[in-house]
Design a protein around this ligand. Structure first.
Ligand code: CP
Length: 317
């Protein structure tokens, strides 16, 4: 595997989940794979789970790991070609990327949507420059339009907790005070559309996601109807995708918060969220603290999704 940016990069999805569950059973079985190999993790944005779980995954595989925070201690990077660099940016990304590539064997990149230009965001300009110019296998640690390590961990978690062969999985928009990218819901939809689940997306009108990710999924604007009979409720906020409102907050309607009243509509569903989560905006305290909340094992599976992806990259070196 040379790149990991979406569900297709995993090939046979059932086989990938099976492999992940094998990795989970004995996460130190592949320690010799990463001997004398270096994982570089490059962060343009903050992180708790991705940073720790991916570093742990690399260490489980016997790798040396290095972390670079672009906005803390590194030179400010210019990302546009043709710019006269007379401002505060000291280095161009076109030199920085191959230099970073020369120090490592595999690179993980986190670079969120900027919400300045939809085309730039949806072309994944920064992630794709790493793929093009680093000379090394590159995986997304959440880029502008996707968070495939999160979605893979989500699918592994659903596989572990499901009680029926084909569970109903509902992705619901929920309110948030800030404009958030569509990366997590995009990748969740990307994975659920390929998994053996009954997948429904619910959000207020105006919050439709990119059709490239929604594909054949059912979209229901009535949250209560969508939640009826759900086995898994996956809550997430995102800002508007559609023009002319790209990146804007259209609603903070608190009637979309996932409360115990909402969960009572479901088939005793498990509650999921990628974290970090704003309590009593996205989800009420009692729901996230309930026995049906699986946000902690879901986060723990980030180590497993990362390890499975890095393992495959090491095997292809
Ligand atoms: N879910 C997730 O990616 O968490 P972090 O932003 O803390 O890495």
């Amino acid at each position: 595997m040379r790149t990991y940016t979406n569900v297709k990069d995993l090939g046979d999805l059932n086989a990938a989940v099976k492999e992940a569950l094998e990795v989970k059973k004995n996460r130190f079985a592949y320690k010799s794979l990463g001997e004398n190999k270096t994982l570089l993790m490059v962060f343009f944005n903050s992180s708790l789970r991705t940073r720790l779980s991916t570093q742990k995954a690399g260490m489980n595989l016997g790798m040396n790991t290095m972390v670079l925070d672009i906005n803390q201690g590194a030179w400010k990077l210019e990302t546009e070609r043709g710019v006269i660099m007379d401002g505060d940016k000291s280095e161009h990304i076109l030199e920085a990327i191959p230099v970073m590539g020369s120090y490592c064997d595999i690179i993980g990149v986190r670079a969120f949507a900027q919400f300045e230009n939809k085309e730039d965001d949806y072309q994944e300009k920064i992630l794709n420059q790493f793929i093009q110019y680093s000379g090394k296998p590159v995986f997304s640690m959440e880029a502008a339009t996707g968070h495939p390590l999160q979605a893979f961990a989500d699918l592994i978690t659903i596989e572990e907790y499901k009680k029926t062969a084909r569970p109903k999985v509902v992705l619901t928009w929920a309110p948030h005070p800030k404009a958030l990218p569509q990366a997590v819901p995009n990748s969740f939809a990307d994975f659920m559309n390929e998994a053996d689940v009954d997948f429904v997306i619910t959000h207020p009108e105006g919050y439709n996601l990119d059709p490239k990710f929604v594909r054949g999924a059912k979209v229901e604007y009535d949250q209560d109807k969508a939640l009826a009979g759900a086995d898994f409720v996956y809550a997430k906020n995102w800002a508007a995708y559609a023009d002319p409102n790209y990146g804007k907050i259209l609603s903070k309607d608190m009637s979309w918060t996932v409360t115990s009243k909402k969960m009572a509509l479901t088939n005793n569903a498990f509650f999921m969220h990628c974290l970090p989560v704003r309590r009593n905006m996205i989800v009420s305290d009692d729901v996230i603290e309930s026995p049906q909340s699986i946000v902690i094992p879901e986060a723990a599976n980030r180590e497993i999704s990362a390890q499975t992806v890095i393992k495959r990259m090491l095997e292809s070196l």
